[in-house]
Design a protein around this ligand. Structure first.
Ligand SMILES: [Zn+2]
Length: 118
């Protein structure tokens, strides 16, 4: 079964249980044994459903990191490194080995293949 379908189903179950509990709380005349048994049975069903939930909610959040690309104004020199605080596009980064000026060309976000472990 698809994850989305499962979630909708679970939400529906919760809503039914919630409605039943509210009904019982509001009207004392409904406090008979059969209904209580039904509620207990429903709660068991919810717990059963909940035990399946972690399997569906465990999403692998893609880890991201920011890369700064440094280029030289004169030669083809290009370097990529992790973003550091204070980096901004066109920031002067010193002098290249060729004598040209180094600057930040791009700052971008990449997805790291390794899933984020909790
Ligand atoms: Zn250079």
């Amino acid at each position: 079964m698809k994850e989305r379908v499962m979630r909708i189903l679970l939400t529906a179950i919760f809503m039914i249980i919630g409605a039943m509990l509210a009904l019982v709380t509001i009207s004392p005349s409904l406090h008979d044994m059969r209904l209580q048994q039904l509620i207990i049975f429903s709660l068991l069903l919810v717990f059963l459903a909940l035990s399946y939930l972690p399997k569906f909610s465990r999403r692998t959040k893609p880890a991201r990191k920011t890369i700064t690309v440094i280029r030289c104004m004169q030669c083809d020199y290009k370097m990529e490194r992790d973003f550091q605080e204070g980096d901004y596009v066109l920031k002067r980064m010193g002098t290249c080995s060729c004598g040209g000026e180094l600057y930040i060309d791009m700052i971008y976000d990449v997805e790291i293949a390794k899933p984020l472990t909790r």
